[in-house]
Design a binder for this molecule. Sequence first.
Ligand code: CU
Length: 133
Amino acid sequence: MMARYKGWLLGVALLLAGPALSAPLTATIAADGVQRVHIKGGSHFFNPDHIVVKVGVPVELVVSKEPGLVPHSLVIWSPRAGIDVDITLGERETRVNFTPRAVGSITFYCQEKLLFFASHKEKGMVGTLEVVE
Ligand SMILES: [Cu+2]
């Protein structure tokens, strides 16, 4: 009985650890010299939610949201890295361009929030843009 309970607990722990185990997506540099990454947002996630890009190389994010009435947005703000993105996501793809100027880890998120409910950011609509050498 006890062993079974422990097994169940371990299962839950592994489930909870799941999202953190998803591998970072390292952007590849296309023939045109641009690091192009597709990102989809939805309730309440970004996919991928961990993106690695090279400093000093142009980045193009091709962003969209899953179909539905729930609004979503994408905010990436790092004055240090010269990144200031604040857009509403549509079901059609939008292209966002910038060149990261400094290495570091930047949190991106959706800033939507309905009335007194938890923000989408609090619900997990958050990710990491990692700028590396
Ligand atoms: Cu959202």
